[in-house]
Design a protein around this ligand. Structure first.
Ligand SMILES: Nc1nc2c(ncn2[C@@H]2O[C@H](COP(=O)(O)OP(=O)(O)OP(=O)(O)O)[C@@H](O)[C@H]2O)c(=O)[nH]1
Ligand SMILES: [Mg+2]
Length: 421
C-alpha cells in the first residue's frame, strides 16, 4: 500500500537571453535585437478525484518541469516551459522531507504550485544605452526551485471504521454505500482503505474502511498501524467488534486492545468521538458479555449499537444516529501550513556584507546573489557590466571602506577577481 512517499521536484530553469544584432541591407551592424529567455515551468500539484492512493509515485520519484527556451534574434522571446502537473488524491498532505513540516494540505481541491519556475534572462536589447549601443551580453535564465517533499495521504472521511480483522468492517461499508470493497472470511482482506458515501435524509457523509488492526500493530504486527493516518482527520470512529465472539474469546478485551492501539498511534485519535458497534448478532451472543460491554460503554460515555452485516438488522438505526451526531461534531481536520512564506526579498535594499578572510574580501547580500545568478561570466562584456553594477550600487565604495587595496582579491558568490583601482 502506497500512501506515503518521498519525492524530489524541480521547476524549470528560465531560458537565457539572446545576444543578437539586427541585420539590414547596407548596414554593417544594426541595433541589438536579442530576445528574452522564456520562463521555466512550475511544478503544480492537482487533485485527481479518481484516485485513492499514491501508487503513481511508487516507481518514479524525481520530477522536473521543462526549462524555458532561450531567446532568439529579432526580439523573439523564448517559449516558456509548460507547467508539470502532478495528480494526487484529495487529502494528500505535502510535507518538507527534511523538517517534517506541513507545506500544504490538498484537501480543498485547488491546484498548488510547489516549485516556481525560474525567470527568463533578458536579451541584449535591454542593455542598450546611449553610450553602449552594441551590448554583447545578455542575462542567463534563473534556476527553477528545487524541493524535497514527502506526500502523505490522509483521506477525507467523516467516519472511520476501526476494529480487528474479519469483524465485518468492509461488509458494513458495502451495505451502507455504493462502495464495493472485497469481503472475505480471512484476515487482512482489506489491504488499502476504501471510501464510501452514505446518504441519509438527503445528507451525505463519507465513511472510510481501513485494514484490520491487531494488538501490537504499533510495533509493526499485522499490517502495522500506519494506515491509521487515513482516519486521522475523521470526525467520528465506528469501533466495530465481533459480539458473537466467533473467532476471538472476549469481545470486551478486544475493544480495550483496539483502543490501546489507537492511543499508541495518536492520543488525539483515542479521544475522538467513538461509537461501539457489536456486529454478527445473527449468530447469537453471550448475554453476560453484552452486560459487561454495556457497563464499559456507559462508563466511557460511549453509545453502543448492535447490528448484523449479514441480515442488515440494526444498520439503519445506526446510520441515522451517525448522521445526526455528525451535525453536532466539528468539521474535518485540515492541516495548516507550518512554513512561513519566505519573506519577500527586498531588492531595493542594496546593502551588502563584507567579510575579510585570509586577505580575501567576501561580498554577500541577497540582492547581489540574484545579480550573480543572472550574469554570464564567460563573457567579457557581461563582466564589465557586472563591474559597473558594483560601482553604481555602492559595492566598490563599501569595499574601499572595508580597507581594500589595489591587487587584493574579491569573492562574490563564487566569482573571484582582483581589485583594480
Ligand atoms: N454471520 C455474520 N457474518 C458476517 C457479518 N458481517 C460480516 N460477516 C462475515 O465476516 C467475514 C469478514 O467480513 P469483512 O467485511 O471482510 O471483514 P473486515 O472487518 O473488513 O476484515 P478485514 O478487511 O480482513 O479486516 C466475511 O466472511 C463476512 O461475510 C455478520 O453480521 N454476520
Ligand atoms: Mg475489510
Amino acid at each position: 500500500m502506497i500512501d506515503k512517499v518521498a519525492i524530489t521536484i524541480k521547476a524549470g530553469k528560465g531560458g537565457d537571453g539572446a545576444v543578437s544584432f539586427r541585420r539590414e541591407k547596407y548596414v554593417a551592424k544594426g541595433g541589438p535585437d536579442g530576445g528574452d529567455g522564456g520562463k521555466g515551468g512550475n511544478v503544480v500539484f492537482v487533485v485527481d478525484e479518481g484516485t485513492n492512493t499514491l501508487l503513481d509515485y511508487k516507481n518514479r520519484r524525481k520530477f522536473k518541469a521543462p526549462d524555458g527556451d532561450n531567446g532568439q534574434g529579432r526580439k523573439f522571446a523564448g517559449k516558456s516551459g509548460s507547467d508539470l502537473h502532478l495528480p494526487v488524491p484529495r487529502g494528500t498532505v505535502i510535507k518538507d522531507t527534511n523538517t517534517g513540516k506541513v507545506i500544504h494540505d490538498m484537501s480543498d481541491g485547488q491546484p498548488y504550485i510547489a516549485a516556481k519556475g525560474g525567470r527568463g534572462g533578458w536579451g541584449n536589447t535591454h542593455f542598450a544605452t546611449a553610450t553602449r549601443q552594441a551590448p554583447r551580453f545578455a542575462k542567463n535564465g534563473y534556476e527553477g526551485e528545487y524541493k524535497e517533499l514527502t506526500l502523505e495521504l490522509k483521506m477525507l472521511a467523516d467516519v472511520g471504521l476501526a476494529g480487528f480483522p474479519n469483524v465485518g468492517k468492509s461488509t458494513l461499508l458495502s451495505k451502507i454505500s455504493a462502495a464495493n470493497p472485497k469481503v472475505a472470511n480471512y484476515h487482512f482482506t482489506t489491504l488499502a482503505p476504501n471510501l464510501g458515501v452514505v446518504r441519509i435524509y438527503e445528507k451525505d457523509f463519507v465513511v472510510a474502511d481501513i485494514p484490520g488492526l491487531i494488538e501490537g500493530a504499533s510495533e509493526g504486527l499485522g499490517l502495522g498501524h500506519d494506515f491509521l493516518r487515513h482516519i486521522d482527520r475523521c470526525r467520528l470512529i465506528l469501533h466495530i467488534f465481533d459480539l458473537s465472539a466467533s473467532e476471538r474469546e472476549d469481545p470486551l478485551e478486544d475493544i480495550k486492545k483496539i483502543n490501546a492501539e489507537l492511543k499508541k498511534y495518536s492520543p488525539d485519535l483515542a479521544t475522538r468521538p467513538q461509537i461501539l458497534v457489536g456486529n454478527k448478532i445473527d449468530t447469537g451472543y453471550d448475554k453476560e458479555t453484552l452486560t459487561k460491554i454495556k457497563r464499559y460503554a456507559s462508563r466511557k460515555g460511549q453509545k453502543l449499537f448492535l447490528m448484523s452485516g449479514l441480515t442488515g438488522q440494526g444498520i439503519d438505526e445506526l446510520m441515522r444516529y451517525v448522521s445526526e451526531l455528525l451535525e453536532t461534531l466539528p468539521p474535518l481536520t485540515t492541516y495548516e501550513s507550518e512554513i512561513t512564506e519566505e519573506a519577500e526579498i527586498d531588492y531595493t535594499d542594496r546593502s551588502v556584507d563584507i567579510k575579510i578572510e585570509d586577505g580575501v574580501y567576501h561580498v554577500e547580500g541577497e540582492w547581489i546573489k540574484r545579480v550573480c545568478g543572472g550574469v554570464n561570466f564567460d563573457d567579457r562584456e557581461s563582466l564589465m557590466f557586472f563591474q559597473r553594477v558594483l560601482k553604481n550600487s555602492g559595492v566598490i565604495e563599501a569595499l574601499e571602506k572595508a580597507g581594500i587595496q589595489d591587487g587584493d582579491t574579491v569573492e562574490i558568490y563564487g566569482i573571484e577577481f582582483d581589485f583594480v583601482i
